[in-house]
Design a protein around this ligand. Structure first.
Ligand SMILES: [Zn+2]
Length: 104
């Protein structure tokens, strides 16, 4: 027996349309889609761009860290060549501050 979900009338098994109102009956053996288009079958895992985005963010952070390190190395080389080590101190401080605020 199939009960119509629109008017509540009882219909025989195998009936496709409700005898009371003519609404299409759902026996549960039909296709995977309901009338409203919702899928009855197991849900497909949604493909999210999160992993690639996280990877890109990670790579960008790594690139940024390398940029800081190279800049610091440049300043260090300059300081070593010119002997003005005083320049290294604010540079290190600036890099540390940048790395800390940017959370590299
Ligand atoms: Zn009905």
């Amino acid at each position: 027996m199939i009960v119509c979900n629109r008017c509540g009338a009882s219909n025989n098994d195998g009936e496709l349309l409700c005898l009371g109102c003519g609404h299409k009956l759902q026996s549960g053996r039909g296709g995977p889609f309901r009338d409203d288009g919702a899928c009855r079958g197991p849900l497909e895992p949604m493909e999210t761009p999160v992993p690639s985005l996280a990877l890109r963010r990670f790579l960008l952070k790594g690139l940024e860290a390398w940029a800081y390190a190279l800049a610091l190395a440049g300043v260090g080389t300059y300081a070593a060549l010119t002997g003005s080590w005083l320049l290294l101190l604010p540079a290190v401080g600036l890099m540390a501050l940048l790395a800390w605020t940017r959370k590299v």
